[in-house]
Design a protein around this ligand. Structure first.
Ligand code: NAD
Length: 265
């Protein structure tokens, strides 16, 4: 009977900082973490949406403005979390942007390349650096990052984005041995396509005039699992597991949430 008691709140009392949590995967994860007993700081470059998300998620959510491409912003977001809550247990480096690379590499926009790298790669490294700074003295912590199936498979017209996300997988694998010596785990998640703002903007660029519903159908139709599709909550559930003590011996891992797509490919 004891085993059938209330569902566990696996992050009870934990403090989490999530970048890019004003919408999509980050917001769904913030809601999931709060439902499991955590207090969450939402860090996002979009102030209006970030503030709105914090209000919607209630008193256990706070917003701090942060552009992850600026190291000082990331450092300040970490310090804000510690000043509000006394420590940082979970850092989720989730903020990212897509890159609509032209079909031909000859036309590649290297300024856009630099911007994608500044957010998707440098921003992640800054998040790891500053979270580690406050986690190391506690000899505990869980760091998560959002990679992508595109970082594993690559893809037509995906050169820049693919590089940024395969970099995230490499960064996690490289940081894991050092952080492990301090009792800190680090993992990433590679989601399949989900029609969030980031993807809808990119797809609208590719499929001009097709309409949002048709684009959602295209994304869902590309999946490998019949009868279901990838949603932000699927990534939030993976993040919940990796952040929790249930994953206490999991580090350096890339958890692929793709309904078997990369295997199928
Ligand atoms: P989204 O557009 O809903 O959310 C991205 C959030 O990041 C937004 O709130 C945006 O304001 C924020 N952001 C953008 N630039 C930022 C910056 N410089 N500093 C701080 N915040 C910034 O999209 P999403 O799909 O939830 O994206 C979250 C992560 O998931 C990204 O890293 C993305 O690359 C990754 N991802 C998404 C998919 C997908 O299909 N949606 C698949 C694989 C990986």
């Amino acid at each position: 009977r004891r085993f059938c008691s209330r569902p566990e709140r696996t992050l009870e009392g934990k403090i989490a900082l999530i970048t890019g949590a004003a919408s999509g995967i980050g917001k769904a994860t913030a809601a999931k973490f709060i439902a499991n007993g955590a207090k969450v700081v939402i860090a996002d470059v979009n102030h209006e949406l970030g503030q709105e998300a914090a209000e919607e998620l209630g008193p256990d959510a706070r917003f701090t403005p942060c552009d992850v491409s600026k190291e000082l912003d990331v450092s300040n977001a970490v310090d804000f979390t510690v000043s509000q809550h006394g420590r940082l247990d979970i850092m989720f480096n989730n903020a990212g942007i897509a890159c609509t690379t032209p079909a031909s590499i000859v036309d590649l926009d290297l300024d856009r390349f630099d911007r994608v790298m500044a957010i998707n790669v440098r921003g992640v490294v800054a998040g790891i650096k500053h979270a580690s700074r406050v986690m190391i003295p506690n000899r505990a912590g869980s760091i998560l990052c959002t990679a992508s199936v595109v970082g594993i498979l690559g893809g037509m017209a995906q050169l820049t984005y693919s590089l940024s996300k395969s970099s995230v997988i490499g960064i996690v694998r490289s940081a894991s041995p050092e952080l492990g010596r301090h009792g800190i785990r680090i993992n990433c998640i590679s989601p399949f396509a989900i029609p969030t703002r980031l993807v809808m903007d990119e797809m609208n660029h590719h499929y001009t005039g097709v309409g949002n519903q048709r684009i959602v159908d295209i994304i869902h139709g590309a999946g490998a699992l019949e009868g279901t599709s990838c949603e932000p909550i699927d990534i939030a559930n993976a993040a919940l597991y990796l952040a929790s003590d249930g994953a206490k011996y999991v580090s350096g891992h890339n958890l692929v949430v793709d309904g078997g797509f990369t295997v199928f490919k």
